[in-house]
Ligand binder design. Structure first.
Ligand code: SF4
Length: 386
């Protein structure tokens, strides 16, 4: 081998795992630089991409079209970490949840969302986590309660897709749609998020189109602007949940920093830069934000933005202030928004499926009985931010 570990460490200082270069952290162009440092041709990088993301190899030994000598070198200098599936798939009517353990022992969740699967038969939509915990502290969200533990690395986001893909392979299904709406505020983990998206998108690997990747944010304005500058056709969903700053300040502390008008100005600029329709998530809380006046104000606020409003019925929870809006109130709100000229949908609710939105599986895991069986009454909150 012409490269040496020290040289590799110097070349990829932020991409190490256990002192070795984590190949799953590398962009395909970086994989090319990596194999060059090992004295191999760039073609080897393409082979590695296929082994990592198409064949989803779990070890170098499986990479049988690489020479034995090269595989031996890879064993010495490179790492292929994987997420550990901590619980079997938990299938509900409209979602399937996956709980993973990270190498440091922290749990994260991913969710297959059937109600987003309108891409054709066998094409799956999955919701990924981007952080362990979340710093945003939204009033209605369990993930925000424990604070942020750490950002996920890019490979820890991509590996959620690989692990799910491995599970559904036998059924001939393919992950074709990715939503960053699990635990965490993805725009708080901007660099790793972008790296993960580029890896997911690369044509030699998973090939998930940018237009099929969505980011859900609580409204981190500078990051929305930074994302707009990239001019990537990524879908952006913003958790709005209120039309007045005083209320949004209480529901979502992020609003104390960036007010609604500032957020919407960034959304307008994002749309101008990317051409993508915006989605605004709006959790329906009885007597809090579900009046027809709120609906009218929402229409007014979103004027000039090509948008979809997605109403999220609140799930019954033990919360001192919040109760679910009645079906008739949700319907009236939807009608009013539609009359105002905006597209407006109601997120389908199938019992506790709704908890798939934001970090709730982890909460459920924490609330399991000692014998491992899930509790029936767990405070499930439809967070819909990061
Ligand atoms: S709703 Fe999203 S952004 Fe808000 S605390 Fe929960 S995970 Fe974080």
């Amino acid at each position: 081998m012409s490269g040496c570990p020290e040289e590799l460490v110097r070349s990829f200082p932020d991409r190490l795992h256990g002192g070795k270069v984590n190949l799953k952290e590398l962009l395909p162009s970086e994989l090319e630089a990596f194999v060059r440092l090992l004295g191999e041709s760039p073609y080897r990088a393409r082979q590695l991409v296929r082994w990592l993301y198409v064949r989803r190899a779990g070890s170098f030994a499986e990479m049988t079209d690489l020479s034995r000598a090269f595989r031996q070198v890879l064993e010495e200098v490179a790492a292929l970490p994987t997420l550990h599936l901590a619980s079997p798939e938990e299938s509900l009517q409209d979602t399937t949840k996956f709980l993973f353990t990270l190498p440091d022992g922290n749990p994260i969740e991913s969710v297959r969302m059937r109600y987003l699967e309108h891409l054709g038969p066998g094409r799956l939509a999955v919701c990924l986590s981007s952080q362990v915990g979340c710093a945003m502290g939204c009033e209605f969200c369990a993930s925000g309660k424990s604070g942020l533990l750490r950002n996920l690395q890019a490979w820890e986001m991509v590996d959620q897709v690989l692990a799910i893909q491995r599970l559904v392979d036998p059924r001939g299904e393919r992950v074709a749609n990715v939503v960053f709406m699990g635990i965490g505020e993805p725009l708080h983990n901007f660099r790793n998020l972008l790296r993960a998206i580029r890896i997911l998108n690369h044509g030699d690997g998973l090939g998930i189109g940018m237009r099929h990747i969505a980011i859900s944010t609580s409204g981190v304005v500078p990051a929305i602007r930074r994302l707009a500058e990239k001019r990537l056709p990524l879908k952006l969903a913003v958790s709005l949940h209120a039309t007045r700053d005083d209320l949004r300040d209480r529901l979502m502390p992020v609003n104390r920093r960036w007010k609604i008008q500032e957020l919407l100005a960034a959304c307008r600029d994002y749309q101008a830069a990317t051409g993508r329709r915006m989605t605004f998530e709006y959790v329906m809380l009885e007597g809090v934000n579900d009046s027809l006046e709120e609906a009218d104000r929402l229409v007014e606020l979103l004027g000039g933005i090509r948008s979809l409003v997605n109403l999220i019925p609140w799930n019954p929870v033990d919360h001192p202030f919040f109760r679910r809006s009645s079906k008739s109130r949700v319907q009236a709100f939807q009608d009013r928004v539609q009359q105002g000229g905006l597209r407006c949908t109601v997120r389908r609710e199938k019992g506790s499926d709704i908890d798939a939105a934001c970090g709730q599986l982890r909460l459920r895991e924490i609330h399991r009985h000692a014998d491992g069986s899930p509790r029936t009454e767990v405070p499930l909150a439809p967070g819909a931010g990061g």
